[in-house]
Write a protein that binds this ligand. Structure first.
Ligand SMILES: Nc1ncnc2c1ncn2[C@@H]1O[C@H](COP(=O)(O)OP(=O)(O)OP(=O)(O)O)[C@@H](O)[C@H]1O
Ligand SMILES: [Mg+2]
Length: 350
């Protein structure tokens, strides 16, 4: 009964019949809360939060073409989008589209941006889980909230992002962890298993080594959003400044010397150049601005840990059939060049 109503709600939402979908959703929550209210104090509270309170909801704007992606990551993502666009065909053969994705990699290399772009490509709303609202201090509170969150999410085709996923899906074997986190992880895994395939769950983490092994296994697609290679970063800067002019050879060399460590950092640099060009009121050329700002940037404080820079982009795409071991599993390391980045046919937006 519950899953039938959830499917109806999802269908009405996909047709943008939000009012009707909201009514059905309310009726469902009320009928589910009724028997529990006698048994539990928390769920009988009039101030009970609905699952919607635990997410930030937005219409996605960023597109896949806005992002510079390693060719192999792009290919995997395009396959995912096709699986959902042609989900009915797959389902008619009893096969489901993949819908549990793990994005791992250092900060500022597009995990959150890619999740948003996937929602945009699928034309569904983009939900980001709010841990500040989700994590409760009383025993069992987080689990109850997780349940309400998933009950809500199941009612609509969407992309839901668990950013900093290690905050929830951390290793249960950790001796410092209490029984509560173990219960939360177990409940989270059960909820993930029960998600319908029209909900695309994306987990992002900078610390994949902290994830619970069973959580790791849940993800059918695992993509490494590694540090970009220097040619990729350079490509990004050139594309982002293309409207301002063409970079001279020594301007390119000046940018290369900065060894920008992430797309986020490259984006900051591009914005700084733009600001300089605007405020100089055409009193400075693009290449002069780049040379000038590069000198300033060379002496800026560095992000800790960014000392050693990879000149190789690592694409680690592990299939769900590889046994799900986080260490020693088969991985494809591919060296990305300017060429491979360009071949992926993207444009960039700082
Ligand atoms: N692959 C990319 N292509 C183009 N721009 C990017 C890319 N990755 C990051 N950016 C730029 O850097 C900014 C930060 O990226 P984003 O927040 O997606 O990184 P993140 O991996 O989620 O970082 P964190 O781990 O800190 O959450 C984005 O707003 C975007 O402008
Ligand atoms: Mg992020």
């Amino acid at each position: 009964m519950k899953s039938t109503v959830e499917a109806m709600i999802a269908e009405e939402r996909s047709k943008r019949h939000d009012v009707y979908a909201d009514r059905l959703s309310k009726a469902l929550s009320a009928s589910l809360a009724a028997p529990a209210s006698a048994a539990s104090f928390a769920s009988s509270s009039p101030s009970i939060a609905s699952g919607r309170d635990f997410i930030l909801e937005s219409q996605p704007r960023r597109t896949l073409n806005d992002l510079v992606l390693d060719a192999s990551v792009r290919q995997q993502v395009e396959e995912l989008v096709t699986e959902h666009h042609r989900g009915d065909l797959l389902r008619s053969y009893g096969v489901q589209p993949r819908h549990r994705i793990l994005l791992a990699g250092p900060p500022g290399n597009g995990k959150t941006s890619l999740a948003e772009a996937i929602a945009e490509a699928l034309s569904v709303p983009f939900f980001v889980v709010r841990y500040d609202a989700l994590i409760g201090s009383y025993l069992g509170e987080t689990n109850q909230r997780l349940k309400r969150l998933f009950d809500y999410v199941r009612t609509t085709p969407c992309v839901i992002l668990f950013d900093e996923f290690d905050a929830l899906g951390k290793e249960r074997g950790d001796v410092h962890e209490t029984g509560e986190i173990k219960r939360v992880v177990s409940s989270l895994l059960l909820q993930i298993d029960a998600l319908p395939t029209y909900v695309v769950l994306i987990a992002a983490t900078n610390h994949e080594e902290l994830l619970d092994r069973a959580a790791w296994r849940r993800f059918e697609m695992r993509l490494s959003m590694a540090k970009p290679s220097q040619p990729m970063v350079l490509d990004y800067v050139k594309n982002a400044l293309a409207t301002e002019g063409v970079l001279s050879r020594d301007a390119v060399a000046a940018v290369a010397k900065l060894a920008l460590s992430s797309f986020a950092e490259a984006g900051d640099f591009v914005r700084e150049i733009r600001r300089r060009l605007i405020l100089a009121d055409a009193g400075i050329s693009l290449n002069d601005a780049i040379r000038e700002r590069s000198r300033v940037w060379a002496s800026r404080m560095r992000v800790p840990g960014d000392g050693e820079r990879s000149v190789e982009a690592t694409t680690d795409v592990r299939s769900a059939t590889d046994g799900g071991k986080k260490k020693g599993s088969a991985s494809v390391r591919s060296s990305s060049s300017t060429g491979s980045a360009s071949k992926s046919g993207r444009s960039s937006r700082p």
